[in-house]
Ligand binder design. Structure first.
Ligand SMILES: Cc1cc2nc3c(=O)[nH]c(=O)nc-3n(C[C@H](O)[C@H](O)[C@H](O)COP(=O)(O)O)c2cc1C
Length: 179
């Protein structure tokens, strides 16, 4: 099973993430958790989340980039769910060996993520925190899927990203079944 953790504060107003999510949510073997729909008061059901992660062979984190990072509810999910003695530290082996795919969209386009651009640095300068969160828990970091300039990506390109995403998630399901 692939556990897809989706964190968009305004799923009804999303263009890019909605498109991407629609491309994978009907895949067999994918369990979607829309954090802002399920936990609007930030009251995360930790045992439920840990049970889903335990069942999963792979984990996907999908969200728009907010202030160079995850939306706050996904950060809160990290804080509450990825506990010492469970996800890391002594006896903390629950996530070890599971693949982790990061799927994120940005408002800034390629030009914005250049040294002389609006965001001053390449996007990769902002990625180590999320990557290391997964790696610290013993997960196998996959090549992330990052869609830059999400507001202006033309429909055909967005479709292509969505199909690529579908193929990546289908492959994760297959790898899990074969493991
Ligand atoms: C509070 C907030 C913070 C944001 N911070 C960033 C940012 O740091 N970098 C960036 O490129 N885009 C930023 N954005 C733009 C979003 O990433 C963009 O709206 C989103 O990826 C579009 O996807 P959607 O159509 O699924 O909403 C921000 C947007 C909001 C509302």
């Amino acid at each position: 099973m692939v556990f897809l953790v989706f964190a968009h504060p305004y799923p009804d107003r999303s263009r890019a993430n909605r498109h991407l999510l629609d491309a994978v949510s009907d895949l067999e073997g994918v369990e979607v958790r829309s954090l802002y729909d399920e936990y609007p008061t930030f009251d995360i059901d930790v045992p439920r989340e840990q049970a889903a992660l335990t069942r999963a062979d792979a984990v996907v984190w999908q969200h728009p980039i907010y202030w160079y990072s995850t939306p706050s509810l996904l950060k809160h999910w990290f804080d509450k769910v990825l506990l010492r003695g469970w996800a890391y530290g002594e006896g903390g082996t629950a996530l070890r060996g599971k693949r982790c795919l990061w799927v994120a969209t940005t408002g800034g386009d390629e030009d914005a993520y250049r040294p002389e651009g609006m965001h001053n640095r390449p996007f990769e300068a902002y990625t180590p925190v999320v990557e290391q969160t997964a790696v610290f828990c013993g997960m196998r970091w996959q090549e992330p899927l990052i869609i830059k300039g999400a507001h202006r990506v033309p429909e055909p390109a967005l479709n292509e990203y969505a199909q690529n995403y579908r193929a990546r998630v289908a492959a994760l399901v297959k790898q899990g079944a074969a493991a």
